[in-house]
Design a protein around this ligand. Structure first.
Ligand SMILES: Nc1ncnc2c1ncn2[C@@H]1O[C@H](COP(=O)(O)OP(=O)(O)OP(=O)(O)O)[C@@H](O)[C@H]1O
Ligand SMILES: [K+]
Ligand SMILES: [Mg+2]
Length: 688
């Protein structure tokens, strides 16, 4: 695969860092910062200490101006480190969005009155196109908006959106009818029915998503934030009560000085869970960005996080596990009919069938049997549906049909057929066992034979399903095809289970059943008949090659149309959840060490015996407090790489991972500040 568009940019690229620095100052605006309440509280603390500093300079208040100034400076830095982490996480997406914007130049479109090539054409700007309009797009032209091909077939270059420069076929009918605005037709012509108004196209959605404009907090993020705000409130109350308590103690003990506002504010910031609060937005944004680098567009952060907990993956067969261009390769007659007769009946039954299957039958009949495709004037099209599993043509009082074996046989029976030809079952089974799809062809009550529709499994799929199994995810293939074909493909692709002859409502029911058993269900599909199931699944991945309804029902779109991408999505989902958990553990464990630094320092003048708690042997109370504030600030940029890259993913059982992470981030988080604060103190004692 050749990929020219998204050249990999490091998150720590120098230009991105500079842009993020500018952004991080803009993010100080309280009107936006309040959305992160803990960091907003630190900003208020910074303002309070700044005012105290100004007052101290004028000799008001009992605290040293130099000390207050330094505390204020480091509190401001704490806030900026937090906004910088978020800005840096957004940086790569913003750069990508800007380059996408550039490709979306002002274009014009050829609007047609009817969805046909011979309809009169009117030139209009792309912005004038509305849902339901039809446009003609010819070779060399840009497709002006998202839509569905309603006539013709063309080669389309989608590099502008997917980064993939190899052209793809887009054609009317079937599961490859969706086109994306901003892509280019490079051969042939198509008529497209527009499915999105200007400003609501896939490209628009993609740009606003990666720019973060549409980003909502996920339920997990909200739950964690509630906890962080609660903790912060508790510490705020504790600090507020220390002041009267200390004044009382000074009186009672007859020595020492009451605790200054600067020290109280410093204590509050050190105790509040600032580390995780500062890094929380960055963790989610960076996860989405990492997926985007893999050409996966997540329309919600919630879907990615749900992917981290997925137990069951349902996949559609044709177009998801297989390449999806089922092609007619052979006509096998039964019941004394000749190949030629079967070819003629199959051709008639396919003349108006715009699906890839139908077109490939017409092709084979023309090429191998020299037949001509002329639609009879009285021809009545019977359009294929996933419900009937049949398609065909009524002409001259005769009903030509083709479809799934049982459906066609049932139809022939309903018209009076008493027995099916002797060899039919054998032929159907032979084709199905080979993993191909048999379509039975009939005229009224008479069965003519079977069309062999071949399909190919996508490469490398088996190993990836194996990996999913190791992660404890069960793969189930669901297909409208017959059980024998399904079994053959299931065995070849090595899925754990399969469901054959599934109608859209069966797919939907299977998902609901799994969800009722408490499983988190992911579904990947491409067809219109997959859309209801996609809408129900917790994680719904649509192939970019799929139909418009499938893409609209999904919450994740894979631009590469590779069903095993779910592995990457699951991995990023797990990483986001683990990183957030680990940093929360670390952040709260950190506090323990800060108690040892600040509490003795704060109360030493009142209770001299507290000196024994000064285990770090910090120089003076002021240097101890300042060191804790500085450490509390510096730990944020030190952890930014971890927040952006995510905890390294290991395919381990959940309990083992939990113990492992608790050890590293819990114990590590408790010990790290002892060393860190001590080192900072050695430097700070030179200044205060
Ligand atoms: N154009 C067609 N005309 C008549 N019958 C068809 C046509 N296309 C498919 N069929 C029959 O209908 C069955 C269901 O097709 P459909 O495309 O709905 O399958 P599906 O549910 O999407 O499953 P999958 O895509 O996984 O194979 C096929 O297995 C085939 O037997
Ligand atoms: K803190
Ligand atoms: Mg399908």
């Amino acid at each position: 695969m050749s990929r020219h568009a998204p050249e990999p940019i490091s998150i720590f690229d120098r230009r991105l860092m500079c842009a993020a620095l500018v952004e991080s100052f803009k993010k100080l605006d309280p009107r936006t910062l309040w959305r992160n309440p803990v960091v907003f509280a630190v900003e208020i603390a910074s303002v309070i200490t700044l005012i105290s500093f100004a007052l101290a300079l004028g000799g008001v208040g009992g605290e040293s101006a130099r000390f207050t100034g330094l505390v204020s400076l480091w509190l401001w830095l704490t806030v900026i480190f937090a906004t910088f982490a978020e800005a840096l996480a957004e940086g790569r997406g913003k750069a990508r969005a800007a380059s996408l914007r550039k490709t979306r130049t002002e274009v014009t479109a050829k609007r047609v009155k009817r969805p046909a090539f011979d309809a009169p054409v009117e030139i209009v700007p792309a912005t004038a196109l509305r849902k339901g309009d039809c446009i003609l797009v010819e070779a060399g032209e840009l497709i002006a908006g998202d839509g569905e091909v309603v006539a013709g077939a063309a080669l389309v270059n989608e590099a502008a959106v997917t980064g993939e420069s190899a052209p793809v076929v887009r054609e009317a009918g079937g599961d490859r009818s969706a086109v994306t605005g901003g892509t280019t037709v490079i051969a042939n012509a198509i008529v497209v029915r527009i499915t999105a108004n200007p400003g609501e196209t896939f490209l628009d959605r993609m740009i606003s998503l990666i720019e973060g404009a549409k980003r909502r907090k996920t339920p997990n993020e909200i739950a964690l934030e509630v906890l962080l705000v609660a903790l912060t409130t508790v510490f705020l109350l504790v600090c507020a009560n220390i002041s009267p308590l200390s004044a009382y103690s000074v009186k009672a003990a007859g020595r020492g000085a009451p605790i200054s506002l600067t020290v109280l504010v410093a204590l509050f910031v050190c105790l509040a869970p600032t580390t995780i609060a500062a890094l929380l937005p960055a963790i989610g944004i960076a996860g989405m960005d990492r997926l985007f680098q893999k050409n996966v567009i997540a329309l919600s952060g919630r879907a990615i996080e749900a992917a981290g907990d997925v137990n069951v993956l349902l996949l559609d067969k044709t177009g998801t596990i297989t390449l999806g261009n089922r092609e007619a390769v052979e006509f096998v007659p039964v019941g004394g009919h000749s190949e030629q007769e079967l070819a003629e009946a199959a051709l008639l039954a396919s003349l108006t069938d715009e699906t890839p299957e139908g077109r490939s039958i017409v092709m084979l009949a023309k090429k191998r049997y020299g037949l001509e495709a002329v639609l009879p004037a009285d021809g009545q099209a019977i359009v294929f549906s996933a419900e009937t599993r049949l398609s065909g043509l009524d002409t001259g009082g005769r009903r030509y049909r083709k479809g799934a074996a049982d459906s066609t046989v049932a139809f022939a029976r309903s018209l009076g057929a008493s027995a099916t030809p002797a060899t039919l079952e054998e032929v159907v089974d032979r084709i199905a066992r080979a993993g191909a799809t048999p379509l039975v062809v009939s005229r009224d009550a008479e069965i003519f034979g079977v069309v062999n529709l071949k399909d190919i499994i996508k490469g490398g799929i088996q190993e990836r399903f194996q990996q999913l199994r190791q992660m404890g995810i069960r793969t189930v293939m669901i297909t409208g095809d017959n059980p024998l074909t399904a079994a053959a493909i299931a065995a070849e692709a090595q899925v754990d289970d399969f469901l054959a002859k599934a109608k859209p409502e069966d797919k939907l029911r299977l998902i609901k059943e799994n969800q009722e058993q408490g499983f988190m269900v992911a579904m990947t599909g491409d067809g219109t008949n997959d859309a209801p199931a996609l809408a129900q699944a917790d994680v719904a991945v649509a192939m970019n090659t799929g139909t418009q309804p499938a893409r609209e029902a999904a919450n994740i779109i894979d631009l590469d149309s590779n069903p095993t991408k779910l592995l990457d999505i699951v991995e990023v989902g797990k990483q986001i959840l683990m990183t957030r958990g680990n940093l929360t553990t670390f952040s709260i464990a950190n506090d323990v060490a800060k108690y040892f630094a600040i509490i003795p320092a704060m109360l030493l003048s009142i209770y001299p015996p507290l000196a024994v708690l000064n285990v770090m042997q910090l120089a003076t109370p002021r240097s101890a407090i300042l060191s804790a504030v500085i450490f509390n600030a510096l730990i944020i940029p030190l952890l930014v790489p971890l927040a952006l890259k995510g905890t390294k993913f290991r395919p381990l059982p959940a309990e083992k991972l939990l113990i492992h992470n608790l050890l590293i981030y819990g114990v590590g988080g408790m010990l790290a500040p002892f060393a860190g604060i001590k080192v900072v103190d050695l430097l700070v004692r030179l200044f205060v």
